[in-house]
Design a protein around this ligand. Structure first.
Ligand code: ZN
Length: 576
């Protein structure tokens, strides 16, 4: 290695080491890291030590701010590394008692989970796992018009994929008789009443802070009307039960909120047994009390509901959990709201909930993002209140670290061009499946004189130039004719700097790669052409893989395999 290049590498390592240790780098760790990054320095280590010492002294003389600034300039990726090597823990919150932490994940089964749900699930699961106790999976399913049986199943599957295991499971819709019992209690105690106003009027009055005349009737009258509601004497929209809150409260959720409404739709589990359905706030508050939830960790858009939910529990004599809010986060270039995603699907802009441009868990899985990566992301964001916007680069950076260790390597060439080699020695060779397993030479090739190489590599070639067909031999480029590149064999051993991937034509399988790009541009507009398709060839050794495996096509990127046969391979591009 040249002196200058070596010095720069040492400088980067020393700066990073110093920043991690209050501004003081030390020789041992820096040398260790250097050898790990550049194994070829090992034989020359004695000569190198004085250079390393010199650099360390120079670095240690700088104030830490200067060190950070310099590292940022010459190697910003090293600063990133520091962040991702952070502790895998979340802050201690109040009221955590060993073995007695009860948390829950409570999705509505009206769609597929996305990355935001996954973070909420991971956070709540974390406190149960770390401190011991009970983790509930609870379906918030009291709006029969929106919920579907397929979503209950999909949510469970997705949680299992994440590696989240629940101790207890229930559906809010199981406790309908209890919700009615509690309603009778609230009505008898003048805490709730039947309102026969139209929904539009209720909405308007709540906005104005105005009470309606239904409020003035006696509890007996309201109880009678309530029983009539249950019997089906009212149709949808004709009556609701409202909590007697405070019509002048600045918190609008407290202005006599509706706690039951009539919904004439079949429920995916309860069928047509009920028509009077509790609202989310009512059912959720009661269930958090019944399940003895000790901690609710949820995103900040729910913060406004806390007062109401605590009020419902207090009126019914149920315990309140400790509630911690953190910022809802967004992912740059893709929608995270269910409504927006549904619209994109309905308009045919994306091809379904698992379209790899989306951030539903199904989409992320198709794109080769590992569950561990999503968990890593949780540790990075933590309980941030800073409205984080997640860049795909952050997610793919975390994922790269996780897949790099497990992804088998193959040669693939995109936009293939034929390469013919004169005097090519016929050979049988075996190459390792992964750089960490040099002994596992399971990729078998029988090479002749015809190969495919990628158009991008071919474009950069010059007549007379010597290049290396990676892990094979060196050739000299002779000419380009009829879109065929011609070369001549030179030798085996010399390691030339320019190396390109190749696929022998007899071992080439057609490859199709879906390359997802940002769905929303920087102006917030939908990009219709955001799924690119690339075609090429991949070495036939790839057929030893299974669908769903993530592999690395060398110098192209990590891809998740979707279809594998002797004729065709299809994959989704994850990242480089
Ligand atoms: Zn009314």
């Amino acid at each position: 290695m040249m002196d200058k290049e070596l010095k720069e590498t040492v400088l980067k390592i020393a700066l990073k080491n110093a920043i991690l240790h209050d501004g003081k780098a030390s020789l041992g760790p820096v040398l260790g890291k250097l050898v790990a990054e550049k194994p070829d320095v090992k034989p020359k280590i004695k000569e190198i030590i004085p250079i390393v010492r010199e650099v360390i002294e120079e670095v240690n003389r700088m104030p830490i701010e200067k060190q950070k600034q310099l590292l940022e300039e010459i190697a910003p990726e090293k600063l990133e590394e520091r962040k991702t090597e952070g502790k895998r823990e979340l802050p201690r919150i109040e009221g955590l008692q060993e073995g007695r932490v009860v948390t829950r994940f409570a999705p509505e089964p009206n769609g597929y989970l996305h990355i935001g749900h996954a973070l909420t699930a991971f956070i709540n699961y974390y406190y149960r796992k770390t401190y011991g106790g009970v983790f509930w999976l609870r379906f918030e399913d009291t709006n029969p018009r929106k919920e579907k049986i397929e979503f209950y199943e999909a949510i469970e599957e997705d949680l299992k994929w994440l590696g989240i295991r629940w101790d207890k499971r229930k559906c809010n819709s199981e406790d309908m008789p209890l919700y009615y019992e509690y309603a009778r209690k609230l009505i008898s105690n003048r805490h709730a009443y039947v309102c026969e106003c139209e929904l539009e009027k209720i909405r308007k009055y709540r906005l104005l802070g105005k009470e309606c005349k239904c409020r003035t009737l006696s509890p007996e009258d309201h109880l009678e009307k309530f029983e009539k509601m249950l019997e089906g004497a009212y149709r949808e929209g004709e009556a609701t039960i409202r909590l007697r809150g405070d019509m002048s409260s600045p918190n609008t959720t407290l202005r006599d909120p509706v706690i039951f409404r009539i919904i004439e739709a079949e429920h995916p589990i309860q069928g047509d047994k009920y028509i009077v359905w509790p609202t989310y706030d009512y059912a959720c508050s009661i269930q958090d009390g019944l399940c003895r939830i000790t901690h609710v960790l949820r995103s900040a858009e729910f913060e406004i509901r806390t007062e109401l939910q605590n009020m419902i529990r207090e009126l019914l004599g149920l315990p309140n959990p400790i509630i911690v809010h953190y910022s809802r986060f967004n992912v740059k270039g893709t929608p995270t709201s269910k409504r927006e995603i549904t619209r994109l699907i309905d308009e045919g802009i994306v091809k379904g909930w698992d379209d790899p441009r989306l951030v539903t868990l199904r989409a992320l899985r198709r794109r080769g993002i590992l569950p561990k990566t999503i968990e890593d992301l949780m540790y990075q964001i933590g309980l941030s209140k800073a409205n984080p916007i997640i860049d795909w680069k952050l997610l793919t950076g975390l994922n790269r670290k996780n897949v790099d260790k497990i992804a088998n390597r193959y040669f693939a060439v995109i936009n293939p061009i034929l390469l013919e080699v004169e005097n090519a020695p016929e050979r049988e060779i075996s190459l390792p499946i992964h750089p960490d397993k040099p002994e596992e030479k399971v990729r078998k090739f029988t090479v002749g004189d015809q190969f495919y190489i990628s158009a991008l590599d071919a474009k950069g070639l010059k007549r007379g130039e010597e290049i290396r067909l990676k892990d094979l031999y060196n050739i000299k480029i002779v000419d380009f004719r009829d879109s065929v590149v011609r070369g001549v064999f030179v030798d085996f051993k010399r390691l030339l700097k320019k190396k390109i991937q190749w696929v022998p034509i007899d071992q080439a399988i057609k490859l199709k790669v879906y390359v997802p790009m940002e769905l929303i541009d920087e102006h917030g507009n939908i990009v219709r052409e955001s799924m690119k398709t690339e075609y090429g060839y991949v070495e036939s050794n790839v057929t030893r893989e299974k669908v769903g495996n993530i592999v690395q096509f060398e110098r192209y990127g990590f891809c998740r395999l979707e279809k594998i046969s002797k004729e065709n391979v299809e994959a989704v591009y994850a990242h480089d």
